[in-house]
Design a binder for this molecule. Structure first.
Ligand SMILES: Cc1ncc(COP(=O)(O)O)c(C=O)c1O
Length: 394
């Protein structure tokens, strides 16, 4: 499938953020629209339904835009399920799964959900009976096929807590320990930042071969997230899903997060100090890795819009907190940086807002949404009052 080039459809972020006070997270609604259109094309071609994974970015005005173009939301908690339902009204699916689900969380969440996927055989035995009649019951299976290079991102790592391991599921089925007539669907999620749909095709073939009686009974299959809309081999995925639906009459869901919002979010910062440290030029920013914790946790080096890989001026971009390792990495620029120079980290729309925190008492960045018509709106602004309330001040 030929995908439209992503960046060219959208106005350059540096232009429409030039006058903003920093630090600021900015989301480009047009860019989200491009990703949504790509997923819609894949959904039409493969006959699947798209649920946006709220954990990637729960920014309500953005979710409102997304809600118009997806079949529902996938969520991980009752807070997410309530937010999702409030934005969808009664129009879409809300599908929850979480290894941390207990009876109290399930009771609170289920009034907002259309389906709840239980993560282990223990959860199934304890909680299946608590599901209201209108909420479909799924089970998460762990296909034990690892694709992610970093074990911290690999749902199929050894001794994984995510889903019932396939061999254990087979044993449960053979012992009659899983009542198939009460199972509405199967869920799995095995990948992150995949470049090709082939792992999904292989996993589906392996699961169908291993669980014929389950595929013969269930009503839906949830393929999880981890795939951008433009991943390679979409044709193979579409053919595989069409055949699967013909054989078993299944509804198929996919729940992408990063693939929809990742490219649409940028973090705009400014240089607040410049100095030399033992022969390296340091540029301190008015943001920190606390606003993009994946930089610190996973050693991600986010692209910088203004960087020029062959540029003559190299800087170590540093966050402004006391943490020695609060560093974004080394970048080259065509011109020397100055106090006030803009630094725009791109591709940070997923897993940044939810994880950002206020270490050192630094405020969280403002959050802006640029709508497809070009209007720019500040949708979140926090101040000292929010900080003080967090710590129990009156
Ligand atoms: C169960 C499940 N579904 C969907 C997603 C979304 O994945 P991504 O944002 O990589 O598309 C995740 C991410 O962790 C997940 O755990």
């Amino acid at each position: 499938m030929k995908m439209p080039p992503v960046r060219t459809l959208c106005a350059p972020v540096a232009e429409w953020t030039a006058a903003l006070a920093t630090p600021a997270f900015v989301f480009d609604g047009a860019q989200v629209g491009v990703a949504l259109e790509q997923f819609a094309a894949l959904a039409r071609r493969a006959g699947l339904k798209v649920l946006f994974s709220v954990k990637a970015c729960a920014l309500a005005p953005l979710l409102k835009l997304v809600a118009e173009r997806v079949d529902g939301f996938s969520v991980s908690s009752w807070f997410e399920s309530r937010l999702a339902r409030s934005l969808l009204d009664d129009k879409g699916m809300v599908h929850l799964t979480s290894p941390g689900l207990d009876a109290r969380e399930l009771a609170a969440a289920q009034e907002y959900c259309t389906a709840i996927t239980l993560n282990s055989l223990g959860q199934w035995q304890r909680l299946r009976g608590n599901l209201a009649s209108g909420v479909q019951a799924g089970l998460r299976v762990n296909p034990q096929r690892s694709y992610a290079a970093d074990a911290r991102y690999d749902p199929c790592r050894p001794h994984s807590k995510l889903g019932v391991p396939l061999p254990a599921l087979r044993v449960a089925l053979e012992r009659g320990a899983l009542a198939l007539d009460r199972l509405d669907g199967l869920h799995f999620h095995t990948h992150c930042e995949a470049e090709s749909y082939l792992p999904l095709v292989e996993t589906l073939a392996a699961l169908e071969a291993a669980l014929p009686e389950v595929f013969g009974r269930i009503r839906w299959l949830n393929l999880g997230g981890g795939y951008p809309a433009g991943a390679a081999h979409a044709g193979e995925l579409a053919a595989c899903l069409r055949a699967l639906r013909q054989r078993h009459g299944l509804e198929v869901y996919m729940e992408p997060g990063k693939g929809i919002v990742g490219a649409a979010g940028s973090l705009v910062a400014s240089v607040v100090d410049l100095f030399d440290s033992a022969g390296k030029a340091i540029a301190v920013l008015d943001t920190s890795v606390n606003h993009q914790p994946e930089v610190f946790e996973y050693g991600r080096v986010p692209p910088v819009l203004q960087a020029e890989p062959r540029g003559a001026f190299r800087y170590l971009l540093a966050g402004g907190t006391c943490l020695a390792g609060d560093l974004f990495g080394e970048y080259a620029f065509a011109e020397p940086l100055a106090i006030g120079s803009r630094i725009t980290f791109t591709g940070v729309g997923a897993y940044s807002l939810a994880k950002a925190h206020r270490f050192n008492g630094h405020n969280l960045p403002d959050v802006y949404l640029r709508r497809a018509d070009g209007t720019l709106q500040r949708v979140v602004h926090q101040d000292y009052g929010d900080y003080a309330r967090l710590w129990g001040a009156d």
